[in-house]
Design a protein around this ligand. Structure first.
Ligand SMILES: Nc1nc2c(ncn2[C@@H]2O[C@H](COP(=O)(O)OP(=O)(O)OP(=O)(O)O)[C@@H](O)[C@H]2O)c(=O)[nH]1
Length: 785
């Protein structure tokens, strides 16, 4: 009976077919209460052309016996599987399975957890199978597979900026690739890479950490890791190239339940590729494709003719308000709002033309004068409503207070009326705050960076802006001695402004904006914003009630809870900013501050393990002359290239590379020899960067001091804390000597910390030449220049 009901013509389905559908529904339910429940609800008729699914008697019997089956999956495989704080599971897999349940009646419970453990549980039949897996012979021994429910490409995922310039598989020789234990597909891809080093990690978050910090050079991804990294507030990764390894994910169910797989397959077939592609577009970030033209909104004839009459819509933006709005080097709009506007315009089926402006004030002036048809990223204010209509709000952002590290914000602006704050001129929040806090002193500055610097240098107490703006500026401009000290009750609603007098453009654009799903908006936002921030509950609203009811004790508890959550959110935000404080922005190497922290701790570790620590200090020769001759930007490029080389040459576990000053670098190795230092020197020379100002060589060269430090016998205690200082000083003297001997060379020595007894040395030093206690000697000098 069911196959006679088709949902083919949408209007027909809605009217005449409704009665038939209802009859069929009743008939199916009465005749076979446990068989397949009917297909898509009526509301889906327009979108679905799939027939309801017909099940065989064996499949119906299976459903009666197993109305719910349990499939294991990984717990960090967003967006396939997203585990909410309350344990609810959403994501692409959940969406597909929900549709299969609606189409076939087979309900699947997803059980996220450790992926290796889940695979083992399928062996013992503790669970019924797996979601989010690939077809693999090992699994085929006890599981059956469904048809693919998603087809994706695998990409190489690398740190932002692709510092090693990895463009193809050939570039992966000698590189460290991070993989997830138990990911059979990735293992297979990796086995095809000759000479790559494979590092295996237990969790996806560890992989993200490893690639972000440079412990690994890259990993494989199809959008899932990138999604997770951005959700963690670490948008420091990007795709490098397509590995050309199509990935098909399937559901797998224990092999004695063939009916489960045949039911799932029927559900997938009834859904069709189109519906799955639409779901994909909802969950996955670029570069995965969105289905073309699927979501275009319907326009009235008048709306269409207004759009046609307008031609490309004149778009005005704020040229300097990243990550919301900004311009690329070649003059295109970029940022969250540019991407959201593109999503809306795709639904409108129309295009925009950018009207270039130099500042936000100029943009607003043009908008007032009617030279912009639309203005992106405008806050909705009564003043602007005089010349703009607004679409619905696309983003709602908290306003935060930024203060200098060490300064204390009391939680409310009223406690700081004796101090000075800055905000960016033209910011709609200025009026908002002046109305709420008339005594507050707010000075205006031209842009975000000036505001951040004013706080960083202590010229003003605080800076007020939206959280994403602050986080972005801190990251992009390396202003790191500031912190997000608190949030304000005011939120900022960002919408697209439409020139007054264009009501039909306003109505159609508003519908297009409303048609952009919340998930897509969130995905765009997550991709651009590094600090994710949990907004604490607005407890102030409840205080009067608490007082009125004299529940003072309860009130105090609630307030404490509020503070704890606020503190936790602030700690999280600060931790992320902290991560940035150990990296040198120009080269991506660790910075001097981190060097000063790591040298003592690495030395302590070496001493405890009774092994050597090698410290290499390097300095570019005649760099001043290079800058003088070729200019500072060219000098920066040299620093970047040498930084990239250092990253390449320090790939062993335990190698740490730093930029310790202008043109100075340092590397700590746990295992190395002077030939590693020599290799670096030769590699820099081999870069062949012309240096007309150098009297040493026609190309850029490095002078290097290389010290092998051997700890004393500390079986009876800790190493002296000051030893590390001696290591640095001695390595520096070696570097100085390399310069003095004519540059472009390595001078090295072995240094033995004071031994507890005469003749007792660390095992790692026995093979090397060891001088007497606390003494050091040169063992090699290459006169390469
Ligand atoms: N381009 C660029 N130059 C920098 C940076 N930091 C420091 N410098 C320059 O590095 C140069 C270092 O000069 P010096 O310390 O005199 O050393 P040098 O010219 O390399 O001479 P030797 O070390 O004796 O071979 C100075 O001109 C600095 O301005 C930077 O981030 N970018």
């Amino acid at each position: 009976m069911s196959q006679t009901i088709r949902c083919v013509v949408s209007d027909g389905c809605r009217s005449g077919w409704v009665a038939l559908y209802a009859l069929w529904l009743i008939a199916v339910t009465v005749a076979a209460p446990t068989s397949a429940t009917p297909a898509a609800p009526l509301a889906d008729c327009q979108a679905q052309s799939a027939p309801p699914v017909e099940l065989t008697p064996a499949e119906q019997a299976f459903l009666r016996a197993h109305p719910v089956i349990t499939l294991g999956t990984g717990d960090h495989w967003e967006p396939y599987v997203i585990v909410g704080e309350d344990g609810t599971v959403t994501g692409y897999d959940a969406d597909v399975l929900e549709r299969i349940a609606a189409l076939t009646g087979l309900r699947v419970r997803l059980l996220p957890g450790d992926w290796r453990e889940r695979q083992e549980q399928t062996l013992s039949r503790a669970i019924d199978g797996l979601s989010t897996g690939v077809v693999h012979p090992e699994r085929a021994e006890h599981l059956r597979f469904s048809a693919p429910y998603i087809r994706l490409q695998k990409y190489l995922l690398v740190p932002k900026g692709n510092p090693l310039n990895l463009q193809s598989r050939d570039d992966l020789a000698g590189r460290a690739i991070a993989l997830h234990h138990g990911n059979l597909f990735d293992e297979k891809v990796a086995s095809g890479l000759s000479h790559a080093r494979i590092l295996r990690f237990d969790t996806v978050d560890e992989i993200i950490d490893a690639v972000t910090t440079g412990d690994a050079d890259a990993t494989f991804d199809n959008g899932s890791l990138l999604y997770r990294a951005n959700r963690l507030g670490r948008p420091f990764l990007q795709f490098a190239f397509d590995l050309n390894e199509p990935l098909e994910l399937v559901f797998a169910v224990r092999d004695d339940w063939p009916e489960a797989i045949s039911i799932i397959d029927k559900g997938l077939a009834a859904m069709g590729e189109d519906e799955r592609t639409r779901l994909q577009a909802r969950w996955f970030l670029s570069p995965l494709k969105s289905p073309a033209g699927t979501d275009e909104i319907l326009l009235s004839d008048q709306e269409r003719s207004v759009l046609e009459g307008l031609g490309p819509i004149r778009l005005c933006i704020d040229p300097d308000w990243m990550p919301f709005d900004g311009l690329t080097a070649d003059g295109r709009s970029q940022g969250i709002m540019a991407e959201l506007l593109n999503l809306a315009m795709a639904r409108l089926g129309h295009t925009t033309q950018l009207v270039r402006t130099a500042s936000w004030s100029e943009t607003i002036q043009l908008a007032r004068d009617g030279h912009c048809d639309i203005v992106s990223a405008v806050a909705i204010t009564p003043e602007r409503a005089e010349y703009l209509d607004f679409t619905g709000s696309l983003l709602s952002e908290p306003m935060v207070v930024v203060v200098r590290e060490g300064a204390r914000f009391e939680g409310t602006l009223d406690a700081h009326t004796h101090q000075r704050f800055v905000m960016v001129a033209g910011h709609a929040g200025i009026d908002m705050l002046r109305r709420a806090h008339p005594a507050l002193v707010i000075a205006t500055v031209p842009d975000v960076v000036t505001a951040m610097r004013a706080v960083s240098l202590g010229h003003v107490f605080g800076y007020i802006d939206l959280l994403p703006t602050v986080a972005y500026a801190a990251r992009e401009h390396g202003i790191l001695n500031v912190k997000v000290a608190g949030d304000l009750p005011q939120r900022y609603e960002l919408a697209i402004g439409v020139r007054k007098g264009l009501p039909l453009l306003h109505s159609s654009l508003s519908r297009a904006v409303a048609a952009v799903p919340a998930q897509e908006i969130r995905a765009v936002r997550d991709r651009w914003i590094s600090v994710r921030y949990e907004q604490p509950p607005d407890l102030l609203r409840f205080w009067p009630w608490a007082l009125a009811l004299a529940l003072a004790v309860l009130g105090v508890l609630v307030w404490n809870h509020h503070l704890q959550r606020l503190n936790a959110a602030l700690r999280a935000a600060n931790t992320r900013i902290e991560m940035l404080t150990i990296t040198d922005g120009l080269t991506g190497l660790y910075n001097r501050r981190h060097f000063q922290e790591r040298l003592p701790s690495e030395w302590q570790r070496a001493a405890r393990a009774q092994r050597t620590l090698h410290l290499l200090l390097a300095d570019i020769d005649h760099f001043k002359e290079y800058n003088d001759h070729y200019g500072h930007p060219a000098g920066d490029e040299v620093l970047r290239q040498i930084g990239a080389l250092l990253i390449q040459l320090t790939r062993r576990a335990g190698d740490l590379a730093f930029r310790t000053g202008g043109e100075e670098f340092a590397v700590m190795f746990t295992e190395a020899s002077v030939s590693d230092a020599e290799r670096l020197r030769v590699a820099v020379e081999g870069l062949g960067i012309e240096h007309a100002g150098s009297v040493t060589a026609p190309v850029v060269t490095l002078s290097i001091g290389f010290l092998t430090a051997c700890p004393a016998d500390i079986r009876n205690g800790d190493p002296p804390l000051t030893d590390w200082d001696a290591i640095y000083t001695r390595a520096d003297v070696l570097l100085y000597e390399a310069k003095a001997r004519g540059r472009n060379q390595v001078v090295s020595a072995v240094w033995q910390a004071a031994a507890a007894e005469e003749g007792v040395v660390a095992p790692g030093c026995k093979s090397g030449p060891v001088a007497s206690s606390n003494a050091w000697r040169h063992d090699r000098g290459s006169a390469a220049s």
